[in-house]
Design a protein around this ligand. Structure first.
Ligand SMILES: O=C(O)CCC(=O)C(=O)O
Length: 303
């Protein structure tokens, strides 16, 4: 947190003052083992995916023609809202229908964390695993699909992996915050979610938000963004789009244990509590997040 950032600013503070580093590998060939090794800040990379067949051949038409009859699980924008569909899909439809509705007609349905190796193994041949100093899991290559304007809300990845996110189609605006910004982002306990509105830093309901400092970047088709473990990210689809994430397990024992604890303990408690008393549980988490945010701001004033 920058000390010079006043928490009593009258005007909306700029939350996105951190500069993202960029590197271009266009035209370069070979391996880059030092690029992401032990890196703990985001990096925007051009050219890394230049030779991926996915970049040149994936679009709504071609995917429909090849795999249109495949049933796929779809989500909507209410994914994180308390209640019946909390953290759950809204149903299944043929892939071709999803692609036409979402990428074609702009309906706000989503597919995310769609494991292409498990679901459509042929698609894995269209992706390459770059030598950038991380050991990417070949069995956890996820794809993401969204219409123009859709938003993947602010969260960090539950398994605490490092993520290399490549836009295959369309531009994405991605906002990122380091893990030490969690209190300012009013993180909900038992989750990896924040419900702040990053476009309204002066929202009285989230008083600590104005003290958060993060990064904002536009990722063009063909570019890749390195998202280090536990970094918060919010993704807005500036165009109808497709993305792919490669994941590398956290190198530290602590990081791995936290990932396991998130998956095996925190998330089940959260889901069961939602089932038992959705609104009440959500309100409790919100109350805790707010109390921590307010205490954080009070302590800052004293210092
Ligand atoms: O593209 C998206 O919808 C979200 C990507 C994301 O959150 C991730 O890769 O962790």
């Amino acid at each position: 947190m920058d000390d010079q950032d006043s928490d009593t600013e009258m005007f909306a503070p700029n939350l996105f003052t951190r500069q993202i580093e960029c590197v271009s590998l266009d035209g370069a060939s070979g391996s880059f083992p030092e690029l992401l090794k032990e890196r703990n800040t985001p990096l925007l990379i051009s050219g890394l995916a230049a030779d991926w067949p996915a970049l040149h051949s994936w679009n709504a038409g071609s995917l429909s023609a090849r795999f249109g009859s495949k049933p796929v699980r779809v989500y909507n924008a209410l994914f994180g809202e308390p209640g019946k569909n909390y953290m759950d899909s809204i149903g299944v439809m043929p892939f071709s229908e999803f692609l036409s509705e979402t990428l074609g007609k702009g309906r706000d349905l989503r597919m995310f964390l769609y494991n292409i190796g498990r679901q459509i193994p042929e698609l894995l041949e269209d992706v390459e695993f770059p030598d950038v100093g991380l050991n990417f899991a070949q069995s956890f290559v996820y794809s993401f699909f969204g219409c123009r304007g859709s938003i993947t809300p602010l969260h960090y990845d539950i398994d605490m992996s490092h993520v290399l996110y490549t836009s295959i189609l369309g531009r994405r605006r991605i906002r990122l915050f380091a893990p030490d910004q969690s209190t300012a982002l009013h993180k909900h306990p038992f989750t990896v979610r924040s419900y702040v509105n990053l476009d309204d830093p002066n929202d009285v309901n989230y008083p600590a938000l104005k003290a958060a400092r993060g990064y904002e970047v536009v990722v063009e088709a063909g570019q890749s963004l390195f998202i280090p473990s536990a970094f918060w990210h919010e993704v807005k689809y500036l165009d109808a789009g497709i993305g792919i994430s490669l994941r590398a397990a956290n190198q530290t024992l602590n990081g791995r244990l936290m990932g396991l604890m998130n998956i095996l303990a925190l998330s089940p408690v959260d889901r069961i509590s939602n089932k038992l008393a959705a609104e009440h549980w959500f309100g409790w988490k919100q109350g805790k997040a707010d109390a921590r945010g307010r205490a954080f701001m009070n302590n800052r004033r004293v210092i």
